[in-house]
Design a protein around this ligand. Structure first.
Ligand code: AMP
Ligand code: ZN
Length: 509
């Protein structure tokens, strides 16, 4: 079979570009991680599902992956630019807890969502407060030529680097300054888009998190953190930097400006100067009512989906059904459709497993073990797939085409639906494709997908007993009693699905 070359969309050049690794055979990826001041919403988690699929695709293509995701526990203000309060400090004050406790609690909650969505563990989680000395060193290195001090902190002068804000402008085609207009003025700033790389603690105050620096006691700016952690761990230039599309506006242009200053201040036409060769951004998950928010409307956490009876991997499948660069609208109906699709896949794999006992099941709780079992295209290429060969090619071409997961899923469907093919081959191929998509099809079974909504009053055993009784009533052709029982069950939140083609018979609705 022919291998499709991996092409990725670079937000900086606004073009699909072939992936050419900086270090032959390796792929180094940095993902802007969460600010751990609150639970992530499912929109945030879309960003990590996307980064995970990217990492899995790089593994599939045979690259040795080093993925780093940061945890921001200091410095992110309520506005992405320089306005507002530190998000962490604000939450700590609201909850009357220490910032360290807040950070620990929400980091653990984030990691629980990461596991539930079968996102692989990165090679390293970098925690911002572990890198403050390195941040100070980095700032010292660029301060003379690129920064100036004001009462509130050390500011980066964006006019000192070539082509500041190209990433933001590249998206809109509006000439230069849409960016500065959105940024609140700080007295003394030379350019509206200048930003604090070190925020001084105001005289007479103390912060829960503060460090000494040549510019006084204070805390690092959020943009500085990502420049430093990515460069420290992956080395400049590394291959790919990811984040959500909101980061194209302020956070990533500012990281790029710092990286330019740190390395050489040359123009952005040389991709080495931005720190990463490719900048990739996932589009937003939106609600019909508007932007997803943690503070207004329904706070869509992964746990809320689970409480309502949806398996978290149904949400992952929902994400994969859309291209990562397209906006995705969340709806409960859409999630329901994804769950049904997941059920069909799990049932098809169960049928395969029944026929092919040696299928290994990837454990959700042991991502290390899963990584050891990573599938690469090379492994798959060697075999003669017979009738399944077109599906392999379709899958590889789709995923190599800027991660077209929607089409890759249909290639997996083709494999699962194939008739009169070698079971072992079918099973290995399904497993290989699922390695890239990460739906844990080998580890899931039907019962896992039937989650009891929190509000349901009946236990699973009670429902099963009622369904068994239902079969008796049907055998007796007692339709009046069947109808009555259906209503009684509905009143307790159980919807019976007589003759359900998926054979589920009931769901907790
Ligand atoms: P934050 O914790 O606010 O820094 O956000 C974590 C990640 O989620 C960032 O990469 C954001 O760009 C991304 N993000 C925020 N809101 C959404 C959304 N509604 N859909 C997809 N990604 C989002
Ligand atoms: Zn970042």
């Amino acid at each position: 079979m022919t291998e499709a070359p991996l092409q990725l969309f670079n937000s900086l050049t606004r073009k699909l570009e072939p992936f050419v690794p900086v270090h032959p055979g390796e792929a180094r990826v940095y993902t802007c991680g969460p600010t751990v001041y609150n639970y992530p919403h499912i929109g945030n988690m879309r960003a990590y599902v996307f980064a995970d699929v990217l990492g899995r695709t790089l593994s599939w293509k045979g690259y040795k992956l080093t993925h780093v995701i940061n945890i921001t526990d200091v410095g992110h203000l309520t506005d992405d630019a320089d306005a507002g309060e530190d998000k962490m400090e604000k939450m700590a004050a609201q909850q009357a807890q220490s910032i360290w406790d807040i950070a620990e609690h929400y980091k653990q909650a984030y990691w629980a969502d990461v596991r539930a969505l079968n996102i692989r563990q990165p090679a390293q989680w970098t925690v911002a407060t572990d890198y403050v000395p390195q941040m100070i060193e980095f700032a010292k290195g660029i301060a003379d030529k690129h920064c100036y001090e004001l009462e509130s902190g050390l500011y980066f002068d964006v006019s000192t680097v070539a082509d500041y804000g190209r990433l933001a402008r590249a998206q809109t085609d509006e000439g230069a300054n849409g960016l500065g207009a959105r940024i609140e003025a700080v007295e003394g700033k030379r350019n509206p888009a200048d930003f604090a790389i070190w925020r001084k603690t105001p005289a007479g105050e103390t912060r829960q998190m503060e460090w000494d620096s040549p510019w006084g006691r204070g805390a690092p700016g959020w943009h500085l953190e990502c420049s430093v952690m990515s460069g420290e761990v992956l080395g400049f230039p590394f291959d790919i930097h990811t984040g959500g599309i909101d980061h194209r506006e302020i956070h990533h242009p500012n990281e790029i400006a710092q990286n330019q200053a740190h390395c050489c201040t040359n123009g952005l036409d040389d991709p080495r100067n931005s720190g990463a060769r490719i900048w990739m951004h996932n589009n937003f998950l939106v609600e019909r009512s508007g932007k997803m928010s943690k503070s207004s409307g329904e706070f869509l956490r992964l746990q809320l989906l689970i409480d309502r009876g949806y398996h978290p991997l149904a949400y992952r499948l929902m994400c994969l059904s859309a291209h990562y660069r397209s906006e995705l609208e969340f709806s409960w109906e859409g999630l329901g459709a994804a769950l049904t699709r997941l059920k069909r896949m799990v049932m098809a794999v169960e049928a395969l497993k029944a026929r092919h006992a040696e299928l290994v099941s990837a454990s959700m709780d042991d991502p290390g073990a899963e990584r050891a079992g990573a599938w690469t295209l090379k492994q798959v290429q060697g075999d003669d797939w017979g009738k399944l060969a077109p599906a392999v090619e379709k899958f590889d071409a789709a995923i190599a085409d800027d991660l077209n997961t929607a089409v890759a899923l249909t290639a997996l469907d083709d494999v699962l639906a194939a008739k009169k093919v070698d079971v072992e081959k079918k099973a290995s191929l399904a497993q290989a494709m699922d390695f890239v998509l990460g739906l844990n099809l080998m580890g899931l079974n039907r019962a896992d997908l039937r989650i009891r909504p929190k509000a349901a009053t009946m236990t699973e055993e009670q429902v099963e007993a009622a369904i068994a009784f239902r079969k008796e009533l049907r055998a007796q052709q007692n339709y009046a009693a069947l109808d009555r029982q259906r209503d009684e069950l509905a009143a307790q939140g159980v919807e019976v699905m007589d003759g359900d083609p998926l054979g589920w018979e009931w769901k907790l609705g």
